[in-house]
Design a protein around this ligand. Sequence first.
Ligand SMILES: NC(=[NH2+])NCCC[C@H](N)C(=O)O
Ligand SMILES: [Mn+2]
Ligand SMILES: [Mn+2]
Length: 342
Amino acid sequence: MNVVRTFVRNMSQGKKWEPLRKVGIIGVPFEKGQKKYGVSVAPAAMRAARLVDHLKEIDGLDVKDYGDIETVGSSENVNVDNMTHLSSVSACNKKLSECVSRVLRDGRIALTIGGDHSIGVGSVDGHYSVNEDMILIWVDAHADINTNKTSGSGSVHGMPVALLVKELSDYWPYLPTMDWQVPKFSIKNLGYLGLRSVDHYERLAIEKYNVPAFAMEDVEEHGIKKSIKHILQVLDPNNEKPIHVSFDIDSLDALEAPSTGTPVRGGLTLREAISLMEIIHATGRLRALDLVEINPALGNESDRKRTIEAGLCVLRAALGFSRKGTAPRGVLDLPVQTHSNK
Ligand SMILES: NC(=[NH2+])NCCC[C@H](N)C(=O)O
Ligand SMILES: [Mn+2]
Ligand SMILES: [Mn+2]
């Protein structure tokens, strides 16, 4: 119903937004944006957990698997201060960007399964090439807006937002191999949700540019629904822009999603994340979704299972699965029992 209303409202404003019932899956088995082994196994682990079947069970959803991005390491040896594996990060993201654009041009929601969060660069870049008016919701315990000067780790998964936004381009040195990626996305179209581990300079950037950022204490105060609705209202008051959600599994509480490289306690419950995604789905404007930082090599079997299941729940909610259940389509009444054999 919401979706229909959104559609009608957009029509009345002359926009032609329709809820997309087609999705394209892209796996990105990449982990060089951080230092722990295992996050590159996530696309295979998600597929083994029947990702495609789970999505196909959603009423009316057309699912196509585009397979994995080739992530063989780049042979170029570039040295940028405090930025590990830049050339590999760059090569992988260039391919991902092209693939996300292709999926969107095929008329599908681009669902990118990472990999670590450095792949947000290619995913958002590819989306921006197709929809320049897109807005970006970064759901994460971390802000991932460090530059190589402000990062404490040197890991690029803490830097993708700073690489993407044009307002911060002057804070970077020249980055060899990254010429393909020109930061054009404006920080004015960015919102954060779930923050609880933000570095000093990251906070400074968020405040300087007035980025709508709902940290966990704000979610605590306003609730998840009002939090996401407020962000959407600030970024897109007329409900007319395509939405990109970059969902880091560590936005969830570490109890809900233990198998991740940089877990932080005190995060979103799975119910909050599902509720958030249901609201995003109901806008009818979700066009790209990343699920990153699931690391099946961390923790025990039960941790791994819980984390993957949480990821599947989040994806299903975003793509239209209803917790209330949906009626079979084209059927007008309940099946009748005739009791003829009594
Ligand atoms: N995508 C992530 N899990 N990022 C964690 C980043 C942690 C820290 N802020 C850093 O810059 O290294
Ligand atoms: Mn992240
Ligand atoms: Mn994170």
